[in-house]
Design a protein around this ligand. Structure first.
Ligand code: TXA
Ligand code: MG
Length: 353
C-alpha cells in the first residue's frame, strides 16, 4: 500500500488532514501520528481487526499489549472499570502528559489490545495533533510506538517511514517530538503503585502525589513465563549494531573507546553518544553531539535520534555513557540498557558482544 504523508503544523494542524486521517482510523486503517513523547501507530482501539493490523505492520508479538490513547476523561469511562481513587490527582497533574496508567479494563476493550490481560493501559497525549485526531475519530486510539518491533522508537516522521513505509495507510508529520522517550507506565492496580516502564514523568514527580512508588527493574529469569509488563523484555530499542555502555564519566567513556581500538576497531567504525564538553580524544570517531551532561531532558529528547543517526553513518559499534537514575536519567538508563542487552546475558561494560 502507499503511505500517505500529511505535513501539518504541530500547534494548529490543518482540519482537512485531521479529518482524512480520522476517517481512515474509523474505517479500520492505520495512521501514525506525533505525540509529545514519540510517534505512535494508531488504530481504532475498539476494533479488534484494526488492532491486529498494528501487530502485523510492526511485526510485534501478540503478547505485548498496547496503550489506549484518549482525548478527554469521558472516554475513560468507556474502557476502565473501577477508576482507582489515586487516579484523579494523577490525571489533574499529568493528563494530558507523558504518563500511562494501568487500570482494570471493561469488556468493550478487545483482548487484542490488552494481550488478554484484565487491565488496560491508558494515556492522554499532550500534543495538539494527537488530541485532534482522537477527537475527530471519535474513538479511543490504540497505539504503540511507530517503529518495527525491537528498534529504537521514532521521534520524527522520517524514522517512522524508514521502518513502516508501505505497511501503513498514512502518517501525520508534525516534525520532531519534544520528550523523546516514551511515557512512564504506572500500574495503579498494585499497592504501592509500580512503575512498569520509566519515562517522560519522573519517579520523583509521581512520588509527590502517590507517596511510595516501586520501580520494576528486576526481570524474572524466565522471560517467556510472563513478564509483569509484557513489553519489558531485556532486548529492545536497539539499533542494528551493538551498543556498548560506559559508566557516566568522560574518563570511563575514553577507556571503553580505547579498549575497542585495541580490539581492532578503526575510529570511523566507532560511533559515540558524546556529551557536550567531555574531553575524549575524538580523532576520527563518529560523534553524535548528544547534549549537556546533566540536562536529562535534552539528552532524552535526542537519545533515539542519536542511535538512529549513528546507525545511518555505518558504524560497527555504538558507545554510550549511562546517566545516573535521577529524573529522566532513569528512563535514558532503561532504554540504553535494553538497547545494549544481548538477551542472554547482561552486557559487560566495555566488552563488545
Ligand atoms: O509514549 C508512549 O507511551 C508511546 C506513545 C505512542 O504514546 N507509546 C508506547 O507504546 O511507547 P509501546 O507499545 O511501545 O509501549 C507500551 C508499553 C509496553 O511496555 C507494554 O507492555 C505496556 O506499555 N503495557 C500496555 N498495556 C499494559 C497492561 N495492560 N499492563 C501492563 N503493561 C502494559
Ligand atoms: Mg515501543
Amino acid at each position: 500500500m502507499e503511505t500517505k504523508v500529511w505535513r501539518v503544523d504541530p500547534k494548529s494542524p490543518d482540519p482537512k488532514a485531521i479529518s482524512e486521517a480520522a476517517e481512515i482510523i474509523r474505517k479500520g486503517g492505520l495512521v501514525a501520528f506525533p505525540t509529545e513523547t514519540v510517534y505512535g501507530l494508531g488504530a481504532n482501539a475498539l476494533d479488534e481487526t484494526a488492532v491486529r493490523k498494528i501487530f502485523t505492520a510492526k511485526e510485534r508479538p501478540a503478547w505485548d499489549p498496547l496503550i489506549v490513547h484518549i482525548c478527554d476523561l469521558t472516554m475513560l469511562d468507556w474502557i476502565v472499570e473501577d477508576v482507582p481513587e489515586k487516579f484523579s490527582e494523577l490525571a489533574s497533574r499529568f493528563m494530558p502528559g507523558p504518563l500511562t496508567v494501568v487500570m482494570r479494563k471493561k469488556p468493550i476493550v478487545p483482548d487484542a489490545v490488552t494481550a488478554g490481560l484484565p487491565t488496560v493501559a491508558v494515556r492522554m497525549p499532550n500534543h495538539p495533533v494527537a488530541l485532534a485526531l482522537i477527537e475527530a475519530a471519535g474513538v479511543p486510539i490504540a497505539a504503540p510506538s511507530a517503529n518495527r518491533f525491537g528498534r529504537p522508537s521514532p521521534t520524527t516522521a522520517e524514522h517512522v517511514l524508514h521502518d513502516l513505509a508501505g505497511r501503513i495507510d498514512g502518517i501525520l508529520d508534525a516534525g520532531p517530538t519534544q520528550v523523546g522517550v516514551e511515557s512512564t507506565v504506572i500500574d495503579l492496580t498494585k499497592t504501592p503503585p509500580v512503575i512498569l516502564r520509566p519515562g517522560g514523568v519522573s519517579k520523583e514527580r509521581l512520588e509527590e502525589i502517590l507517596g511510595e512508588v516501586l520501580v520494576l527493574s528486576a526481570l524474572p529469569s524466565n522471560v517467556e513465563a510472563g513478564l509483569p509488563s509484557p513489553g519489558m523484555m531485556p532486548r529492545h530499542y536497539a539499533p542494528s549494531v551493538p551498543v556498548i555502555l560506559a559508566n557516566g564519566s568522560a574518563s570511563d567513556l575514553a577507556k571503553v573507546v580505547e579498549r575497542l581500538r585495541e580490539q581492532g576497531y578503526t575510529p570511523n567504525q566507532i560511533g559515540v553518544m558524546m556529551p557536550e564538553g567531555w574531553l575524549v580524544d575524538e580523532k576520527g570517531l563518529v560523534l553524535f553531539r548528544w547534549g549537556k551532561w546533566g540536562n536529562w531532558e535534552e539528552m532524552a529528547q535526542r537519545l533515539f535520534e542519536g542511535l538512529r543517526w549513528l546507525e545511518r553513518q555505518g558504524v560497527s559499534v555504538i558507545v554510550a555513557p549511562l546517566p545516573p537514575p535521577i529524573g529522566l536519567g532513569l528512563a535514558i538508563r532503561d532504554r540504553l540498557t535494553k538497547a545494549a542487552s544481548t538477551n542472554s546475558a547482561t552486557n559487560c561494560q566495555g566488552n563488545p558482544r
